[in-house]
Design a protein. Structure first.
Length: 271
């Protein structure tokens, strides 16, 4: 049975915060349990008030059981005094704020004890996100269950053994959707270079990646290597292309460099 919190405050209901909220409500979290705090809510978010969600209530009220922080990193300092009033000793604080460590949050929310730091990605908007999270030392088993329920509502979820791995998650899955979109662009350009009309090349490239992703989704126990092998006939056209992609300076080496660059930048942004 899903362990939803009895009360939850979401601070920041932009693209990612909004995706989280939609996943929670679709999964069964009661609208009456949710308070949204956002100075400029979108029309979609504002419409949820009619469904029973509390939007920007005038008073702070009692601290919620769970506080989810989805504000932009540069807004945290300005928002911290108001956030501190929402985080009591029994509040579970879940942060998806990029670059802000549990120690950063502890310094700004001194009354709170339990912190979870998570990194979702943009496919959360369609319920197909990939999220990994690290729990602080004071997080209880029951609070971990709540965090897992909330973060699983937008797609795949995994716990990390160490907060220090968050930057690696950021570099791999956090930024990863952009790598896939760049691959589609590169495939379409390659097709156009062979004479296909540019719009047709893009449609074929998009459909190929969409279909391959769905095939992988429907066969979760099948390794990516096996799926690749299923498409590759010895001595065929796919094998010829893969010989280029799998060369020592090919796709694997390029991806290692790309993800390493994202990882280094994540560390810089974290300070």
């Amino acid at each position: 049975m899903t362990q939803w919190p009895r009360s939850l405050a979401l601070v920041g209901a932009g693209k990612m915060g909004g995706a989280l909220l939609k996943g929670w409500l679709a999964g069964g979290l009661a609208p009456a349990a949710v308070t949204i705090i956002d100075p400029a809510p979108s029309p979609d978010i504002a419409a949820l008030a009619a469904a029973g969600v509390s939007l920007n209530p005038p008073g702070a009220g009692a601290p919620p059981e769970t506080l989810v922080l989805a504000v932009k990193p540069q807004m945290l300092d300005a928002a911290a005094p108001a956030l501190a009033r929402l985080a009591g000793p029994a509040t579970l604080v879940i942060s998806i704020i990029a670059g802000k460590t549990i120690a950063d949050l502890e310094a700004r929310l001194p009354a709170a004890r339990a912190f979870v730091r998570a990194m979702p990605n943009t496919p959360a908007a369609v319920g197909r996100g990939a999220t990994a999270a690290a729990a602080g030392a004071a997080v209880t088993a029951a609070q971990k269950d709540i965090a897992q329920a909330l973060l699983s509502a937008i797609g795949r979820f995994d716990w990390l053994p160490d907060e220090g791995l968050i930057d690696a998650v950021t570099a791999l899955s956090g930024s990863g959707p952009a790598y896939v979109f760049a691959l589609v662009e590169a495939m379409a350009q390659a097709g156009a270079a062979l004479g296909l009309p540019a719009d047709l090349a893009m449609r074929l490239a998009r459909a190929t990646v969409e279909g391959a992703g769905e095939l992988m989704h429907r066969e979760p126990q099948t390794a990516a290597a096996r799926l690749r092998e299923n498409v590759t006939s010895p001595g065929g056209t796919t094998a010829a292309a893969l010989a280029v992609l799998r060369a020592p300076d090919g796709l694997e080496a390029l991806m290692r460099r790309a993800v390493a660059a994202a990882h280094a930048r994540a560390g810089e942004l974290a300070g």
